[in-house]
Write a new protein. Sequence first.
Length: 390
Amino acid sequence: MARPVGTSWAARGLALVVATGVLAGCSIFQPRHAEPEVPAVPPPPPLAAPLPTHLFPYEPKVTGVVGELQVTFARHEDTLSDIARRFNLGFDEVARANPGLDPWLPGAGTRVVLPTQFVLPDAPHEGIVINVAALRMFYFPKAEKDGSRVVMTYPIGIGKVGWATPIGTTKVVSKRKDPWWTPPTSVRREHEKEGDPLPARVPPGPDNPLGAYAMNLGWPSYLIHGTNKPAGVGLRASHGCIRMYPEDIDAVFERIPVGTKVTVVDQPLLYRWHQDSLYVQSYPLHAKNEAEDAAGHKPKFTTRTKDRMWQRVKPHGGAVDWMVTEQVVTEALGIAVPVSRRGISMAGHLASAREVENAVPAGANWDGRDDTAIAKGATPKPVTGAHNTN
């Protein structure tokens, strides 16, 4: 009797399924496992609050360095000039510490080194000490009744090439709020050649380059004063006078008495032992003429320099990384580096800097507003005696 056709094909189909399962190692009967979840990347830790950059405790026999190196991140609209003023630095200080960055548009999120650590000048720490090489002023007030002392430091603008700020010792001989500006004949002549004639006298107000405050020095025609152009602080842009941010001179004007000693030095290479290390900080040499300015001279690391540094280290039994030291000296970035610290490198030092919010530090003199702090409502007091530069 013939087999039913349907039964034969059914049997064959069953055999094919069984054979396929055997060849596949029975994988068709195994359950599928869910894909493992990729762990979420944790958000970066919040940035720390910025540290103060202008006021520090000071112990005469101990303090050689003040402040701490910091790093922040640019906003979309920031220029290096904006960041400099925010952290009480001068434009040159920030631009120098960040070679290669576009000063006018560093870009959102760009890492910006803030050279907010300073080796104190090698000069008597009394009254006002100005280091023109660093474009920075230090003020050492007298001790408080309890014996405690502080040092205040501020960025400054100084004389441009051909109008150098004098070096030496003098004092504050007078102070004026809302000063008139009487430009000297040489300055008026220069402005006339540039098609920008000046009046014989400029009254207080937003057009006065002295800003709201001026302190006359014992050197005729030289002042420490504010400015109506804050972007010029931290540059060699004046006719020899010393410019301060409006908010900074506003903060110290009443504190600095007439008669205060003023010492002006030119120290492009600074080194002092502080706590556990020798700190070295180097700045470019200031040019005396246009040709030198174009060359951009920097300090040299000589045997004599090395010997002098070693004399600072020897009493403490330390060891110096001389390769790093030479790099710090010759690159002249204006960044203080502890060259005798174990394992130190320039890259490592910058990488370990405190990362902070891009914000005005607590206790700063500036409130973040872009004005020039020209006093309003005060009675103008004309300058008497010598003419003054700006």
